[in-house]
Write a protein that binds this ligand. Sequence first.
Ligand code: FAD
Length: 396
Amino acid sequence: MDPFRQYLDKKEKLISEYASGKVAFRLHKTTMTNLFRYGGNDARDRSGLRVDEFNQVIGIDPETATIDVEGMTTIETVLQATLRHNLLPKISPELKHITIGGAIVGIGIESSCFLHGFLHDSLIQAEVLLPGGETVICTADNEYADLFHALPNSFGTLGYVLRATLSLMHATQYVRLTNSNHENVSHYLESFEAHMDQPEGVFLEGLFYNRKELYLTSGKFIENARNPVNIYRGDPFYLKSRTATQLDMNTDDYIFRFDPDWFWNVPDHGVYNIFRQLSPRRFRNSSFYTHYTRLKRGLCDLLGIRNPTEEELIQDWVIPWHRAEEFIDFILDNIDIQGQPWVALPIVPKTRATLYPLLPSRSGSAIHEYRLLLFCRQTRSATGLPLHPDSGPTVF
Ligand SMILES: Cc1cc2nc3c(=O)[nH]c(=O)nc-3n(C[C@H](O)[C@H](O)[C@H](O)COP(=O)(O)OP(=O)(O)OC[C@H]3O[C@@H](n4cnc5c(N)ncnc54)[C@H](O)[C@@H]3O)c2cc1C
């Protein structure tokens, strides 16, 4: 059956289920959530709307480079479909099981953000199920434009995206990465600026460890690859890129480079390493990490060895570019992340979302005015973060 007809049927079924009054207006999905809530109140709540079936690509138009896709479709499914046409979402989240709808409302980012802004900046239209039980199609300038602009950072509070149309970029099957090391934070940031001024490729990202190891990686599409990297075996990707000056990758492996090890959170030593090297590939994905953390937490609870005041911290910061150097100095001086890398990801927003009101880029203005954001991620328990109210937060 025509995928759009199927979508209409699913939508009708969902709306009538909701109208029956037997289901709550909250998501019941079985794809992995990226909310690390352990109290059971998560997006898989069984009393909610059964939206799992909304997981198909409806259509791809190579002429206009656009995709029409159901809201709960994972980015993995999206990539499988678009790469057949040598197309790719302008921003493809690195974790395979993030859904398109989730990334629109939850701020999707990737190393192409310096060119294309956030994932929601490539949104053309969205069909949203509202709490009243009706659906509306919103665009940037139709009668539901206020909803359209308020979707990013709304996290499902305004309604659920059942279908979205997004613009795509042209791609090839392979990506070549070029990696350079810098030994000075100021030069490091200047090098980012030089790449943003005259992009040699479509991907730009930094991993840094200390003042002597500040790596900048740019990536471009290529037609043929030499020994593409295997992201599932051997060292986790961040270690592979730490030692190489050039790496070729399959395009989908590049996008999902951090997925098998959930960045660097699946331990890579001892028995875990045997698992990493030998387990079937279907276990080598970010959903495994979520299961792993739940299991670990459950076991520690059972054995009574979990300290309830301690929690693994997963933290992203969005920092204005002109404070980037100060911020990097601050974190390198104050926070110990036990030898693991920080991620620096320049983002140049294209629009100003109502609930995420960062200034969009202003082309033609002085360069420092439109380099807005540095994005840092630290994905492990850290010591030294001044988050406790007594120590007072440091505001950047
Ligand atoms: C630890 C962590 C790491 C992340 N890493 C990345 C990354 O590498 N790249 C990246 O781009 N983003 C990343 N994100 C952000 C991520 O894109 C958002 O959290 C996104 O919302 C996750 O989408 P999901 O499909 O997994 O949704 P879920 O985690 O299941 O849900 C997240 C929220 O979105 C709502 N929601 C889900 N689907 C819809 C829908 N169709 N319509 C309306 N609301 C919906 C849910 O109600 C919930 O409030 C990360 C987030 C976290 C917490």
